[in-house]
Write a protein that binds this ligand. Structure first.
Ligand code: SAM
Ligand code: SF4
Ligand code: SF4
Length: 369
């Protein structure tokens, strides 16, 4: 029987690994027949920005209590868990946060992850999502450690607006330098994520497209999502991707592209003049749960099956009491087998939540994007 609480009983864990007839782990399929392919690992819940849609200052102020240092998974523990996830079919790992570049010596973790091989013997695809503030300084060492590519969040080119949105008065020029450096050292293709909040930064859609068109980088427009409880989300502040595309099409004719991989979050478009591509991520208006192959691990080792999951499964306890990998493998298999999350598909088309008010909601800064 699947354990759905945070606490995974030891007797279930010791029941034995999910091995196939060749003695290796079977790729995992959840209740909706979705495989486990991507793992997002949050390495910290701290951030040096206070983006208004993610960590509003009123909630994440001086009194906010962040995770204690000894409650974070160590790099060795993350590597052990990642190894098990990879043995279950994970091919892509994305490091996130909070701001992942705030985690000291992150390069050491990347070096460890870069030694892992997928079930068919390939190197793992290791990506990082960052606000870019420390990227100019770190891009080369991240690349040298084995990072494959980077996604930089950037919500405006206008310095005044950018400072207002990050709410710590951080200059856009530093992030642009980080982006250039990442591109130059080959953390490619660099992707740029812009969260569009209607009435706040939607006037930046066209300037951003003009700036990144022909750059070899891929700009993606993300619908503002109802993650967590702290951002005071309202449907009236969401600009549907369809309207983003219509605005862009006005200036740059666009053609749709096919998805490159199952479970891809972005719908891809190319500029008709052949100068590159862009994407839209329509988490609110066009749910993609049916192909969602993503699992999430919080910085303190909680395993979440969905961005809107209200409960995480405590893998830190398991990794700390089990020197072997088999019990961990079995626990992860049991949890994924029971997965039937599809929040965005169930959410009303008017944006009405399907979570009750007494269900805890995780914050994006806790579990990563
Ligand atoms: N700090 C890093 C950064 O900003 O790239 C990594 C963590 S951040 C939580 C990951 C991504 O989530 C970012 O691209 C951010 O823009 C996005 N994000 C945060 N809150 C969001 C929301 N309410 N709706 C849509 N995207 C959101
Ligand atoms: Fe920090 Fe990223 Fe959240 Fe902005 S989106 S507050 S940079 S974690
Ligand atoms: Fe995946 Fe949950 Fe997002 Fe649906 S709502 S795409 S299941 S993370």
């Amino acid at each position: 029987m699947l354990d759905t609480s945070n606490h995974i009983p030891l007797r279930d864990v010791l029941a034995g690994p999910a091995l196939n007839e060749f003695g290796s782990f079977k790729p995992l399929i959840d209740r909706l027949r979705r495989p486990l392919r991507d793992l997002r690992i949050s390495v910290t819940d701290r951030c040096n920005f206070r983006c208004v849609y993610c960590m509003p200052r009123e909630v994440f102020g001086k009194d906010h209590v962040f995770l204690a240092r000894d409650s974070l998974l160590s790099f060795e523990e993350i590597e052990r868990l990642a190894r098990v996830f990879v043995s279950h079919g994970v091919e892509k790992i994305r490091l996130t946060g909070g701001e992942p570049l705030l985690r000291k010596n992150l390069e050491f973790l990347i070096e460890r992850l870069a030694t892992l091989r997928t079930l068919d013997g390939k190197a793992l695809d290791i990506a990082l999502t960052t606000n870019g503030s420390l990227l100019a300084r770190k891009a080369q060492s991240l690349r040298d450690a084995g990072l494959s590519r980077v996604t930089v969040s950037l919500d405006a080119l206008d310095d005044h607006l950018f400072r207002r949105m990050n709410d710590v008065d951080h200059r856009v020029a530093d992030v642009l330098r980080g982006i250039e450096k990442a591109h130059a050292v080959g953390l490619a293709p660099v992707k740029i994520n812009m969260v569009v909040k209607l009435g706040t930064n939607d006037q930046e859609i066209l300037p951003m497209a003009r700036f990144f068109k022909s750059s070899g980088m891929v700009l993606r427009f993300i619908e503002y999502m109802d993650v967590g409880v702290s951002n005071g989300w309202q449907m009236s502040e969401v600009l549907p991707s369809e309207q983003v595309i219509a605005r862009l099409n006005h200036e740059f004719p666009l053609l749709p592209l096919d998805a490159t991989a199952q479970g891809e979050t972005a719908q891809r478009w190319k500029y008709a003049d052949g100068t590159g591509e862009l994407g839209v991520i329509s988490s609110v208006t066009r749910a993609f749960c049916s192909t969602c192959t993503r699992a999430r691990l919080s910085a303190e080792g909680k395993f979440y099956l969905c961005l809107f999951g209200s409960q995480g499964h405590d893998l830190r306890r398991l990794v700390r009491i089990n020197p072997q990998e088999l019990p961990l493998a079995d626990a992860i298999a049991q949890i994924w087998h029971g997965r039937k999350d599809r929040y965005s598909e169930l959410r009303g088309s008017d944006g009405a939540s399907v979570l009750t008010t007494d269900q805890p909601r995780i914050e994006m800064s806790y579990v990563g994007g």
